[in-house]
Design a protein around this ligand. Structure first.
Ligand code: ADP
Ligand code: ASP
Ligand code: MG
Length: 403
């Protein structure tokens, strides 16, 4: 079999852990498998490097940020290869560039355009274990790019797809996908299987156990994806097609996203095209809008609110203040102390009353819901950040996810 194994930051957090990973890789190799390993930077390393850049500049050039951040993954790749060599195994580490990972030119959140697997295939044919530095690629201009936070998951899936690997294992510090973050709800239950679509929603709605784009790609390329722990031999969670899962629960999981901020505008000009102007301007400034709400107050004034990632609130504010100076908006408020809790489940498609239960649960806990958005398989609510954990636990209990 050809297996791609990805080890996250905690799993390679120090030298002993890197040796532990080398032992695991060696074991899989001795069972007769070809292996490509994709590694993250040692835990905390990416944030540390980012802090260095931010210490020196409020607006470091994205090209330079990529040059800086990509170094973290290269360190681990080389160290793991050295540890494997020391065990008598042939191994070769590769940067994203050497591994043939070509991306678009959007620095700090590049998309993989294609992979030329030849260098990896050649090394495999020579009997080597290939160790790829995750989270990075190279654009057509020849500059290093990174794939967005948590992007080593994406590297692993893309490499598995390009090599037509039989399996892609994501090793992390939990032994699978749980009904919710086990750090928030210790009663969370490990799922044996979860569908690509549900996992994609959970990841997009804040469950950082897998990067959302990696799940999207795994679905598209039909990659067999398993999440498991690098610290135990417990069986992990298989992320697979919906039809491979026999029994669909109403709700499969709960996600929490604390990286949200809210903009509320009062007295928005009552003219056709205002929303289009506003959201176009926001898009031009690379602000990603999530939820939108528009209401008309008792005084007849139009109020408009939306949520954005916290890191993009500054850019959103600049745009909104522009509309205020143009007298198109009366006033605006910015709130960083919010979060988004979501329930996800494909079973919702065919059942009524699932959302109503979520609202009733918030009411019982006296939690005010500021915004709501729904799709076929999810219900999201924006609430005060101070109730984040309480809301997750209450919902987990209400849908009996511990059973
Ligand atoms: P890595 O560094 O290995 O990429 P991450 O920190 O990115 O690991 O992701 C693992 C973490 O994701 C876990 O420690 C856990 O707290 C969190 N997490 C959030 N939601 C879930 C979930 N539904 N199931 C499992 N883990 C989750
Ligand atoms: N090191 C990068 C990050 O911290 C990528 C990854 O770990 O997946 O976001
Ligand atoms: Mg991660």
């Amino acid at each position: 079999m050809l297996i791609v194994q990805k080890y996250g930051g905690t799993s390679v957090g120090d030298l002993e852990r890197i040796r532990n990973v080398a032992n695991r890789v060696a074991k899989t190799a001795k069972e007769g498998n070809d292996i490509v390993v994709v590694v993250s930077a040692m835990s905390g390393e990416t944030n540390k490097l980012l802090g260095y850049a931010e210490y020196l500049s409020d607006h470091p050039k994205r090209e330079e940020v990529d040059m800086l951040l990509s170094s973290g993954e290269r360190v681990t790749a080389a160290l793991l290869s050295i540890a494997l060599n020391e065990m008598g195994l042939a191994a070769e580490s590769m940067s994203g560039r050497r591994a043939g990972i070509v991306t678009d030119k959007v620095h700090t959140k590049a998309r993989i355009e294609h992979i030329d697997p030849t260098p990896m295939q050649r090394a495999i044919t020579e009997g080597k274990i290939v160790v790829v530095a995750g989270f990075q690629g190279v654009n057509e201009q020849g500059r290093v790019t990174t794939l967005g936070r948590g992007g080593s998951d994406l590297s692993a899936v893309a490499v598995a797809g390009a090599l037509e690997a039989d399996l892609c294992e994501i090793y992390t510090d939990v032994d699978g996908i749980y009904t919710t973050d086990p750090r928030i709800e210790p009663k969370a239950r490990k799922l044996e299987k979860i569908s690509y679509d549900e996992m994609l929603e959970l990841a997009s709605l804040g469950a950082k156990v897998l990067q959302n784009r990696s799940v999207e790609l795994a679905k598209k390329l039909n990659v067999n994806l398993v999440t498991r722990s690098s610290f135990s031999d417990a069986e992990g969670t298989l992320i697979t097609k919906e039809e491979n899962i026999m029994e669909q629960p109403l709700v499969s999981g709960i996600a929490l996203d604390k990286n949200q901020a809210r903009v509320s505008m009062r007295g928005v000009a009552d003219r056709p095209g205002i929303a289009s102007d506003m959201f176009n301007r926001l898009a031009e400034n690379n602000v990603n809008i999530d939820m939108i709400i528009q209401t008309v107050g008792h005084d007849g004034a139009t109020n408009l609110g939306f949520t954005v990632p916290k890191t993009e609130l500054g850019d959103a504010k600049t745009v909104v203040e522009g509309f205020i100076s143009d007298k198109e908006v009366d006033e605006a408020e910015y709130d960083e102390n919010i979060c988004k809790v979501s329930i996800v489940g494909v079973g919702m498609k065919s059942h009524t009353g699932v959302a109503a239960k979520a609202f009733a649960t918030m009411a019982q806990e006296n939690i005010n819901i500021m915004m709501i958005s729904t799709s076929e398989i999810k219900v999201s609510m924006v609430i005060d950040e101070k109730y984040a954990e309480l809301a997750v636990r209450a919902l987990h209990n209400a849908y009996e996810l511990d059973k």
